[in-house]
Design a protein around this ligand. Sequence first.
Ligand code: TYM
Length: 329
Amino acid sequence: KKIVYSGIQPSGTFTIGNYFGAMKNWVQMQEDYRSIFCVVDLHAITMPQNPADLRRRTYESIALLLALGIDPEKSILYVQSMVPEHSELAWILNCSTYMGELSRMTQFKDKSQKQGENIRVGLFEYPVLMAADILLYQTDLVPVGNDQRQHVELARDIAMRFNQNYGNVFKVPEAYFGESGARIMSLQEPARKMSKSDENINAFVSLLDDSKTIVKKFKRAVTDSDMAVTHNREEKPGVSNLMEIYACATGKTLDEITQEFEGKGYGDFKQAVGESVADTLLPVQNEYQRLLNEKAYLEQIMHTHAEKASQIAWRTLAKVRKKVGFVTV
Ligand code: TYM
């Protein structure tokens, strides 16, 4: 079986961008692949975090992933810091990664701009840790949103270089994107990606927003002065984004959506998109609330799954340690 690996940061709430871009594919892929999913708290601390909040959000992230349909019988679902192999491999890979490569990462450029003078080293080397995550598990496919494309490319480069220098150790992974949803844009500025850290809360839909709020946010979504529900990312970015969200929530194709709203205004269309998203999320939210009260169950999963992950990760790390010349007695 091919191996699928992906991760999500436990920082802030998750948006429908995270869901349609990544987690929805995770839930589908676990049926056909050996799947491993990680809540990446080591990545989260590359930005300032309140410790109590980080710990709470790590529990919440596990609960939400379970509520979304990650099946702990089929997939491994664990917390990154509980598997120390990640930090060790990241260090080793740091030593075969160039400053120049990391300087070209667009996410680093964006995030470091906001940090002014005091840019953290961890933020700079974040993509190396991500490469370590992926490579430890001999991953074939990495289901992510489009904003992670460059990071997966780097992981491939690092893997190939290491293999060339030391002999074959790593499987060279490939990014995987769904048909639609890989780039869910802001509802207010459709040229920008939907982000949980947006100051304007109308720009994103949280997976935990209640139905009324969701419908309201879609009603306020920016469209254009045209009337037609047709897909054209350049000329009609707002409408195209809503169409893709609707496609993700309902499984309809873009053509079917255009037909459905022919002769109707944007008002009807936005209402339908809002309701479809709210209907998708309602059962997830109920299950999430139930799981939050099952702390012992969540901890049992975190514990047993970290052990399973560690067993796999250690096999790769042991080979790497030998290849680079560490003493193994
Ligand atoms: P993170 O936590 O920022 O986002 C989690 C996933 O959600 C996707 N995503 C989106 N997809 C479509 N439209 C959007 N607006 C949108 N916003 C977010 C992201 O592409 C991602 O797939 N570095 C990663 C986490 C990570 C990882 C890994 C992923 C760490 N190690 C190993 C894969 C493999 C991150 O910060 O994702």
